[in-house]
Design a protein around this ligand. Structure first.
Ligand code: E4P
Length: 220
């Protein structure tokens, strides 16, 4: 499973990209507003740090303007992936941009029917928002299972399932068990995946025992 990071914070992106575990980045207008800075400049800088797909979202709601915005965003860097909302105009734009060779991430997906439409529109990625479904008392993870199952019935579909609105390590583990292609993780969730108290405890014990030997691997 690929890991994208869900942030527009360049310091976080640089720090986490250095782990070698980051395959891409997703942003949205809220993350851009939270981070501050000029949107187009921020996207260019992120694209220079992470070679994988970097999602940049259009903000118009009508097809013609969305298409113009998408084309403009796609010119910023080769690895820009244009993000459009799951609306009729958004999917029309998705189809047009995909046919031009631009990768498109269809966002704000909350049902398997919507995911099917996005795949038919040629989306490179569908972004089901699981945390927001959990927030309203439904089981977000069920949606991932349904989309993975539906897409598997049609092997010609190229759309990858990009799990979004991830809130916890268990969301990541369950997504992997279900066979999702990508999870986009807030930086804190990615960092939390490294953690296990028995790893810390075991390492402390090994280092304490090693110190008793008085040796050094590098001979210093
Ligand atoms: C990613 O593409 C989404 O914009 C993001 O995961 C939304 O997460 P949120 O529900 O925590 O805002």
């Amino acid at each position: 499973m690929k890991f994208f990071i869900d942030t527009a914070d360049l310091d976080e992106i640089r720090d986490l990209a250095a782990t070698g575990l980051v395959d891409g980045v997703t942003t949205n207008p809220s993350l851009i507003a939270k981070n501050g800075g000029d949107f187009l400049e921020v996207i260019k800088q992120i694209c220079a740090v992470v070679p994988g797909p970097v999602s940049a979202e259009v903000t118009a709601t009508d097809h013609d303007t969305m298409l113009a915005e998408g084309r403009h965003l796609a010119k910023l860097a080769d690895n820009v992936c244009v993000k459009v909302p799951l609306t009729p105009d958004g999917l029309k734009t998705c189809k047009a941009l995909s046919e031009e060779g631009t990768r498109v991430n269809v966002t704000l997906c909350f049902s398997p029917a919507q995911a099917l439409l996005a795949a038919k529109a040629g989306a490179s990625y569908i972004s089901p928002f699981i945390g927001r479904l959990d927030d309203i008392g439904t089981e977000g993870m069920e949606l991932i299972g349904q989309i993975v199952e539906i897409y598997a019935n049609y092997p010609d579909l190229q759309t990858e399932v990009l799990v979004a609105s991830v809130r916890s390590p268990m969301h990541v583990v369950e997504s992997a068990r279900l066979g999702a292609d990508v999870a986009t993780l807030p930086p804190a969730v990615l960092r939390s995946l490294f953690k296990h108290p028995l790893t810390d405890k075991g390492l402390d014990a090994f280092l304490a025992d090693w110190a008793k030997t008085g040796q050094s691997i590098l001979g210093k």
